[in-house]
Design a protein around this ligand. Structure first.
Ligand code: GFB
Length: 314
């Protein structure tokens, strides 16, 4: 990409897309375009086609998706598969039609089989059945990465894919019903502290292991791949480190200085017990994350208390 290449970031207002925009600006890219949901409905094929014809972007980061935590994924599987297939089909096909120079599709570590060996190598894809709590979302994301492969194979389009692990950072979704675990715990523990609650509820057993990547690191990894990778196979993006949900809750407690107890609600699902990505492929290409988890939690906690809690909740 040249510094004045026209770059479209689909989903530029979300956790992932906004981090990609921040990172592109930091790196000196000047022509970044984005459209809000009200300006462009990405599930509307005609509107997406018209937008691509009019703007003619040279590079596309496909970071727009209908996302949510374990509860939202389990409760609304029809929405997760339908909306995500629509968004990615429309963008990938429109990018092909206007001959963009390169497109990066973002998936998720939940695409891998529930019981596959750990850490998870890229080649384990489609070796077994999926985790039921996020099967619909995973199927859409698998279709997206395969579509990129097939357009590359059949038409020579330079469409690549990456599969980030669990992400966290500023501008996340802090709605407790639909959030991922990190923003949910930050909010719950902060609220427990200010209401002097003796405990905070944690869903599930606290035993599942998760790998967490700070979203600005992920953005940096995405731009690194856009600049350095043209392969057909997708690439994992993670830290290579995992912690239990209980350990995560203890860390958030520490950041928030909350002294109460953790109360595990076993009526809520654990989801998959482990999904640690093998990051050797990306490491060999020359990229590594920077932000360690304690530092990342502190940053997001501070962001939440200043920007979210300060303005929206109070
Ligand atoms: O982040 P999370 O919602 O999704 O949950 P997944 C991770 C773990 O944290 C689960 C536990 O074991 C939850 O039971 N947990 C504890 C909580 N307390 C809470 C809480 O208050 N809220 C939430 N949300 N979880 C998602 C997939 O799976 O991962 C998506 O559903 C996507 O498709 C995403 O792939 C990255 O890590 O289980």
């Amino acid at each position: 990409m040249d510094k004045n290449s026209k770059i479209y970031v689909a989903g530029h207002k979300g956790l992932v897309g906004s981090a990609i925009v921040r990172n592109l600006i930091q790196k000196g890219y000047t022509k970044i375009i984005g459209k809000t949901h009200s300006e462009l409905d990405l599930t509307d094929q005609r509107a997406v086609q018209a937008f691509f014809k009019e703007e003619n972007p040279e590079y596309v980061f496909l970071a727009a998706a209908h996302v949510g935590g374990i509860n939202a994924n389990s409760a609304y599987p029809a929405d997760f598969i339908y909306i995500n297939l629509e968004i990615q089909n429309n963008i990938i096909k429109a990018a092909h039609d206007v001959k963009v120079k390169k497109l990066l599709f973002l998936g998720s570590s939940c695409i891998y089989p529930k019981l596959c060996p750990q850490p998870i190598k890229e080649e384990y894809l489609l070796n077994g059945y999926l985790e039921t709590t996020n099967e619909a979302y995973a199927l859409a994301k698998i279709a997206g990465l395969k579509m990129c492969q097939y357009f590359k194979r059949q038409y020579g389009d330079n469409f690549i894919s990456c599969m980030p692990t669990n992400l966290y950072g500023p501008w996340d979704n802090f709605d407790l019903e639909t959030a991922h675990v990190m923003p949910a715990l930050i909010r719950k523990i902060h609220e427990a502290k200010i209401s002097n609650s003796p405990f905070v509820e944690i869903w599930g057993s606290g035993k599942p292991l998760r790998e967490f990547l700070y979203v600005d690191d992920m953005a940096d990894g995405c731009i690194f791949l856009m600049e350095n990778y043209d392969g057909e196979e997708h690439v994992n993006i993670g830290t290579g480190k995992e912690i239990t949900i209980k350990e995560l809750a203890e860390m958030v407690k520490e950041a928030a200085k909350f002294k109460g107890q953790l109360k595990f609600n076993l009526d809520m699902p654990d989801g998959t017990l482990r999904k640690l990505l093998d990051i050797n492929k990306l490491t060999k290409l020359g990229w590594k994350h920077q932000v360690q988890i304690n530092d990342g939690i502190t940053r997001v906690y501070e962001w939440f208390t200043k920007n979210y809690y300060g303005t929206i909740c109070v």
